[in-house]
Each structure stands twice: as structure tokens, then as C-alpha cells.
Write a protein that binds this ligand. Sequence first.
Ligand code: PBG
Ligand code: ZN
Length: 340
Amino acid sequence: MVHQAEYLTGRGTEISSILAGGYAHPLTREWQNERQLTKNMFIYPLFISDSPDEEFLIETLPGQKRWGVNKVVPYVGELIKKGLRSVILFGVPLKNGSKDPEGTSADDPEGPVIQATKALKAAFPDLYIMADVCLCEYTSHGHCGVLFEDGTINRVESVKRIAAVAVNYAKAGVDCVAPSDMIDGRIREIKLGLIEANLAHKTFVMSYSAKFSGNLYGPFRDAACSSPGQGDRRRYQLPTGGSGLARRALRRDIEEGTDGIICKPSTFYLDVMAQAAEIGKDYPICAYHVSGEYAMLHAAAEKGIVDLKTIAFEANNGFLRAGARLIISYFTPDFLEWLD
Ligand code: PBG
Ligand code: ZN
């Protein structure tokens, strides 16, 4: 007697070669995900200026705005109703004279990050507030640290200044500090600063450990007015081919006491993310879907090359496959709707 399956498919078909039955239904397709995208994975970047009533559309970052403190609170309130759990703040000082070689305005008590932290915490005590810690938005030269006269990074002075800024953000009430400067030794300096200030037990240190230099941060620098005046960031951000350096930076930041790891950019560096998930398997790994990647997907969708929602899911599922558990994304408001 010929078995019915054999009769239909022809002889020689291995039973195990038929995979399609495993994902024929929308639900079984979702069952194939080792991890599901959920709203609590998303961290929304917010650009906050020192002009309290600003609401400025950033042309190169579609749909994203730079906010004054007064305007950002009601906007975040709307997103919280849709399920937003966390934001990461970037300060943008616009006032004349607010930039100097040491980035003094980074932790100005009247400055945008500290003011926005206080306003958001007062309005939404449960919102998890992260602060990007860097000097480039606040320095007159636009570099991420303090410089020697020859324009190279003064490491010792830089990490001291960056740690002081991180501690002041924590004092103001941020739940997490995320140093993005990539200058050697800052995680240790920040941890020590938090310990001395009695804040280490309640402040998460999220290191941008594997951050590569390249061509994908342009819209961010428009939004944050943080392009370097001279030179570029290649002396402190990793070279794109440097996966060995990324592994060393990851191990180093783990040894220095980081609580979590950011990989950035994301789509072009999924191998690095997968290695970070391996090296840092005991740590939450966060993908930063950066401004250039976001803008590129929008541009492609506008040209009809891709469908925006489908491609956004495809990108983010890639981050999860690679091992990320958290995602910093300008798509966050969209996903809060898409994941309903
Ligand atoms: C500041 C910082 C940058 C980004 C995050 N923090 C810019 C840079 O390093 O030049 C980029 C984020 C993005 O492009 O969305 N150091
Ligand atoms: Zn910087």
C-alpha cells in the first residue's frame, strides 16, 4: 500500500524536509521567534534644548522633533498612555555662549538634561529615564572629551569630566547613565564616582561599549548640533573593520563594572551584537538603531523601495536574533502603535 503522503509528494521526499507546515499560520510564524518584540524593550531618544518652548521638526530625522522642557512633558505623557516605559535624553544647548572647551553646560543645573529629568520625573515617577553622557553637544570644539593643544583627547581630564557629569545626572534623578564618548577608562571612573556619591546602588551604567565611527550619525548631529568643528571621531570611536577591538572594548567595560552594553550602529554590525551577546551573556545587550539607519529606511520607503512598517520589524527582529534585549529607536512611537 502506498502511504498517502508519499503518494502526494512523490517518492524520495524526506519527511523532515517539509518545513512549511511549521509556519503556515500567522501564529505559528510568531512561534518561530526565539524572542518576541515587546513594548518594554523600547527606549525612545529625546532631544531637549535649552529653549523651554521649542518644538522644532528635525528635517533629516523624519518625524522627530527637538523639544523644550515645557513641550516635551505633554508629548511624553501621550506616549506613556500607549505603553512607553523608557527614554534616553540628549541635551542640546542653543544659547549663545553655552559651549566651552570643557563642556561646562553638560551638567548645568539649569541645563536641558537636568531640567528635563526633573520635569519628567515629577510628572511620571515610573518613567525610566536614561541620560546619554557625552561632551560633544556642549564643547566649543564639538569633540566628545577634553582636548590637548594638538587636538588629541586628554584622556585623564576627559574621563574625570565625564564621570562628574554622570554623577550630576544621577543626583538629578536619572535612573541610568549611558556614556557614549568611547574614551578609555570612563566606565571605571563613573562607577567610582557613583560609589563615592552613594548613588551606585540605584544607578544603572549602560556603556556604549561597541560604538563604531562611520557615516550613520549625520542626522543625530544635525539634531544635537554636535558635529566636530575640526577633524572627526576616529581617534576614539572604533574603526568599522575592528571586531577584535570591539571584543576588547566589551571585555574591558565589563571588567570596569558596566551594567549593560550598547552596540551601535546596529544593522551593519549584527555580528558584533551577536558577539556582545556571547561575551556579555550575563548582561542586557542594547541595540541602538541610529539616526542614519532610521533616516535611510524612511528615504527608501518614500521611494517605494520598502514598506516602512515591514522593514522596521525586519530590522528589529534582526537585533533580537543577534541577541539584543533592548532597542534604542526613533521608531519607538510607531512600535507602540504597531505592537498593540
Ligand atoms: C554622542 C552621541 C552620538 C550618538 C549618540 N550619542 C553621536 C556621535 O557619536 O557622533 C549617535 C546616535 C544616532 O546617530 O542616532 N556622542
Ligand atoms: Zn559625543
